[in-house]
Design a protein around this ligand. Structure first.
Ligand code: NAI
Ligand code: MG
Length: 359
């Protein structure tokens, strides 16, 4: 059971360390995992001149699962793609063909008060954003910035591109996921304006015919963002493309109280998965023991469940998270009056201790 740990940049380092603690605590009495650490993002760029060095990709291919933190900084975001820390992650997902990114959004009763939204709107929210991860405007060509010969103006170009088979496979993943949940799929697109998305809707409809027991609805992304905030409980599985999924899931995070509460699993056809919090490197709070590690810790639970079939261990991690929340432990992003405010480390220690007590 080999895990490659890629903390990356900023708070990626701080939160991943807490997830590693949770993994060690939950396997303390068993054979445990072989965990190795690798470089990605700006951290890799500084050492190897490449945000995804060959050695990291090699190690990823040899691992059963990858625990990732965050990649990129505001500084490197401005560099050409090959020097951008965040681009290392895009290439890693693409190289391993991890096309299905599952992002469960759960409003924990303990955190209802931490949300900026009203209790009666978010109580009971339990949905899953399934974001396609290897296609769309993130990868389509032509792309780039060039100077127009005629006008002398700079022109920026990206291309929204999906093949039928790319849509089909994530569609099947969505319906399979819905069968394990409340049997509802909402496909989000912009079929009214974009040809790529018209194809998306057509293929999703075709795939849906294989799953007569699952209800399929379609929404345009602009309306979807409204309904997500207005009536979030109505959603079960939301399947959407790479860029809409990126944006919608940050909005969905606010239903839970914080971006620091959203874990994710990225899977392809094989068993190997990449597990990461939905958030980025958060330069505004990095290095100050302020980051919420629960998204990363809950990502490690998804790893236990989906890559290693360790359901009891996965449940133990998730129960420990609920337990520390019930005890009142809160990082700054989810703090409320009267709660026990702790830093990243102390939150990680509390979860690990709760896991240890339960085993
Ligand atoms: P971000 O997700 O890093 O932060 C957005 C806001 O949420 C910030 O105010 C941050 O402090 C807060 N936040 C995020 N995670 C938190 C946590 N665990 N606990 C408490 N607060 C948390 O997004 P932003 O600021 O747009 O991007 C920062 C850098 O990260 C950029 O360089 C961006 O390219 C990169 N990025 C990387 C991602 C990845 O590696 N998967 C995803 C998103 C952004
Ligand atoms: Mg994002």
């Amino acid at each position: 059971m080999k895990i490659l740990v890629l903390p990356g940049d900023g708070i990626g380092n701080e939160v991943t360390a807490q997830a590693v603690k949770a993994l060690r605590a939950v396997t303390a009495n068993g054979p445990g995992f072989e965990m190795t650490e690798g470089l990605i993002g700006d951290a890799a760029l500084a050492v190897h001149g490449d945000p995804l060095p060959e050695a990291t990709l090699e190690a990823a291919r040899g691992a059963d699962a990858i625990l990732f933190g965050a990649a990129g900084t505001y500084e490197s975001d401005l560099l050409p793609p090959e020097k951008r820390g965040g681009h290392g992650l895009l290439r890693l997902r693409k190289s391993l063909d991890l096309y299905a990114n599952y992002r469960p959004v759960t409003a924990f009763p303990e955190l209802i008060g931490a949300s900026t939204l009203r209790r009666d709107v978010i109580e009971g929210v339990d949905l899953m954003v399934l974001r396609e991860l290897t296609g769309d405007i993130y990868f389509g060509t032509p792309r780039g910035v060039h100077r127009d010969d005629r006008t002398g103006e700079r022109v920026g170009i990206n291309t929204m591109r999906y093949t039928e088979s790319e849509i089909r496979r994530v569609g099947h993943a969505a319906f399979r996921a819905a069968r394990l949940r409340r049997r509802k799929v909402c496909s989000v697109d912009k079929a009214n304006v974009l040809e790529t998305m018209a194809l998306w809707r057509e293929v999703m409809t075709e795939v849906g015919r294989d799953y007569p027991d699952v209800e399929l609805t379609h929404l345009y992304v602009d309306a979807a963002s409204m309904h997500l905030i207005r009536r979030p409980r109505d959603f079960d599985v939301i399947v959407t493309g790479n860029i809409f999924g990126d944006i919608l899931s940050d909005a969905a995070a606010m239903l839970t109280g914080s971006l620091g509460m959203l874990p994710s699993a990225s899977l392809g056809e094989g068993g190997r998965g990449l597990y990461e919090p939905v958030h980025g490197s958060a330069p505004d709070i990095a290095g100050r023991d302020l980051a919420n590690p629960l998204a990363s810790i809950m990502s490690s639970a998804l790893m236990l469940r989906l890559s290693f079939g360790m359901e009891a261990e996965a449940a133990a991690v998730e129960t420990a998270v609920r337990h520390v929340l019930a005890e009142g432990y809160r990082t700054a992003d989810i703090a409320e009056p009267g709660s026990r405010q702790v830093g990243t480390e102390e939150m990680g220690d509390a979860v690990a201790a709760a896991i240890a007590r339960s085993r």
